[in-house]
Design a protein around this ligand. Structure first.
Ligand SMILES: Cc1ncc(COP(=O)(O)O)c(C=O)c1O
Length: 380
């Protein structure tokens, strides 16, 4: 069956017919086609642009998310209290935690902002890295809160020793694991040692472990910090539906924290910050293990293809435990980025101080084949 805009709408049940189960099953694994069909009319991307610049999942949400959105559409006129409770319950069940440990956010960005607001002050600085995900530092700067930035080490890993050295008197430490944009990860032992060291140096400092790319990690030494967060009021773990779940445009994320910490953070939330459609899609997605496994596999394959291409072209490609690669192209990345853009490929922005590194998000295999053709010329 070719997926056209018309049968996409029909599959969602918005076109009147509303027959869902059979078409949905038939489209399992072809979520990208569903999205592409929809984008034809409603998309905002310039036609044909291949977007490898924001670490999104190119395939979009799973089919169960589509089904859930369709079923929830009739509730669009209602405030989302009941769907919020449903998502909290689903997250709690999935992680084997209490509902009191869960805080929802409009994307994990809201969680990051809550933490900066709640734990930093003019006297209690934020410790972050360079480069890492910029949002906590930019929130802190907007609020006039001091920021201490620690460069990554020569292997592009967060320099945990140097970050711990800056912990004294800090309100919050932002620990992105895996780190965006360097794609490096720290194993369980290193995370635990870091937390213990920070606690010794500065008992009141809170550590926010951002696990946005958790599902993409293959390194066997890695573990989620959620068990630590459950018993330690000064450790918070953030997660998102924007990456492996393919819902960056829907905006849903969450944190897992000790119940006292969760209660404190709840007070800073924007009430009803997630819309009913995103809530429904997230609730359906978090238990859709088949979809998660499919997206992990697709990412692994397209990433291996891309890595092999760069290595064959003579570039060293570091470890990547995420859905993007960070490659030292040994020249200013800006003209290369510009050249790619002119040929319809969007790649990552500069991430100072790594100005000769190119961050490329992993798209579909077809997109990566096209991107490497363009990169061949741009890097010639
Ligand atoms: C490490 C990290 N954390 C958080 C976010 C924010 O994601 P969202 O607000 O979509 O959950 C991103 C987005 O790229 C990210 O890379």
């Amino acid at each position: 069956m070719t997926v056209t805009r018309r049968n996409f709408i029909t599959a969602l049940g918005l076109g009147g017919a509303g027959v869902l189960a059979a078409p949905v099953l038939a489209t399992r694994g072809r979520e990208h086609d569903l999205w592409a069909a929809a984008l034809g009319e409603f998309g905002t991307a310039p036609a044909g642009l291949i977007r490898l610049d924001s670490n999104e999942n190119p395939n979009g949400p799973g089919v169960r998310a589509f089904e859930a959105i369709k079923a929830m559409f009739g509730e669009a006129n209602r405030y989302p209290d009941v769907p919020e409770d449903a998502l909290v319950a689903a997250i709690a069940k999935e992680h084997g935690v209490s509902e009191e440990n869960v805080i929802l956010g409009c994307g994990s960005s809201e969680i990051l902002r809550l933490c900066v607001e709640a734990y930093t002050s003019t006297a209690q600085h934020l410790v972050t890295a360079a480069p890492t995900f910029e949002l906590p530092a930019s929130f802190a700067k907007t609020l006039g809160r001091p920021v201490m930035t620690v460069p990554v080490d020569a292997k592009l890993r967060l320099d945990l020793d140097a970050m711990a050295d800056k912990a004294g008197g800090a309100g919050l430490i932002f620990f992105c694991n895996p780190n965006n944009p360097t794609a490096t990860v720290h194993g369980d032992g290193a995370v635990r040692d870091f937390v213990a060291r920070v606690h010794r140096a500065s008992p009141a400092t809170v550590i926010l472990v951002d696990e946005a790319y958790h599902e993409y990690v293959d390194d066997p030494s890695y573990r989620t910090a959620i068990p630590m967060a459950l018993t330690d009021p000064n450790v918070i773990v953030s997660r998102t539906f924007s990456k492996v779940f393919g819902m960056a445009g829907l905006r849903a994320g969450y944190a897992i924290a000790h119940k006292d910490t969760a209660r404190k953070l709840q007070a800073w939330r924007l009430g009803s910050g997630i819309n009913v459609l995103a809530l429904a899609a997230a609730t359906a997605s978090i238990v859709d293990h088949e979809h998660i496994a499919l997206e992990q596999k697709r990412n692994r394959e397209a990433k291996a293809f891309t890595r092999a291409w760069f290595e064959k072209a003579g570039f060293e490609v570091g470890a990547s435990e995420a859905n993007f690669l960070m490659i030292d192209i040994r020249r200013d990345m800006r003209p290369v980025r510009e050249a790619c853009r002119k040929e319809g490929i969007a790649v990552g922005r500069p991430f100072p101080p790594l100005t000769t590194h190119l961050r490329i998000s992993i798209g579909t295999m077809d997109e990566m084949q096209k991107a490497t053709d363009v990169l061949k010329r741009a890097l010639a």
